[in-house]
Ligand binder design. Structure first.
Ligand code: SF4
Ligand code: ZN
Ligand code: ZN
Length: 175
């Protein structure tokens, strides 16, 4: 944190009291544009450990999504790790994917949402079209028996299409 940014919680400090970062702002500036020497970050973190308002400082930085500087003893990366979405939610699932992690809770919740979404789309297909190709595929994806109406649409669709895949043989016979 630097003195140029004065978050409201600093006003709670008793008059004449200063935070440990007060005189050393250069130690607390961290960003992808201005990465401090590692020892600066270490020193800043040590100062934060002794700060009487450390928890409030960290809370402020997380609530305001502060992307620069060391606040409450944590770097932006460390703060973002603390802000990770809850397991079982779609953002939680995506966050694991981005990090190449595996999480059973998130995977099961994601699969359940996917299934519910497919189920809803299938219901819509049946309501709006009676039966459809999309409905047929959704039934297969859901592991359900395909319905008469969707099967009929599929059969009709493929019956009206020319057979494919043999053209190369015709040309070789002609040669
Ligand atoms: S926790 Fe660290 S950055 Fe926050 S006010 Fe205290 S010394 Fe400054
Ligand atoms: Zn998870
Ligand atoms: Zn169907």
């Amino acid at each position: 944190m630097i003195d140029a940014i004065l978050p409201p919680f600093l006003a709670k400090l008793p008059t004449g009291t200063y935070t440990p970062c007060h005189n050393r702002p250069e130690l607390f500036i961290v960003s992808h544009r201005n990465v401090p020497a590692r020892q600066h970050a270490t020193e800043a973190k040590a100062l934060c450990q002794a700060c009487p308002i450390r928890a409030a400082c960290l809370d402020h930085a997380i609530r305001t999504s502060e992307t620069d500087g060391i606040w409450g003893g944590l770097t932006p990366k460390e703060r973002s790790a603390q802000q990770r979405p809850d397991c079982g939610t779609e953002p939680g699932w995506r966050s694991h994917l981005a990090r190449g992690e595996s999480c059973l809770t998130c995977r099961e919740a994601h699969d359940e949402r996917l299934r519910a979404d497919r189920r809803a789309r299938l219901d819509l297909e049946h309501q709006e079209h009676g039966g459809s190709l999309a409905g047929y595929r959704l039934e297969l994806l859901l592991g359900l028996p395909t319905c008469v109406r969707c099967r009929a649409v599929r059969q009709e669709y493929y019956a009206g299409r020319p057979r494919t895949g043999k053209w190369y043989r015709r040309s070789s016979v002609a040669a």
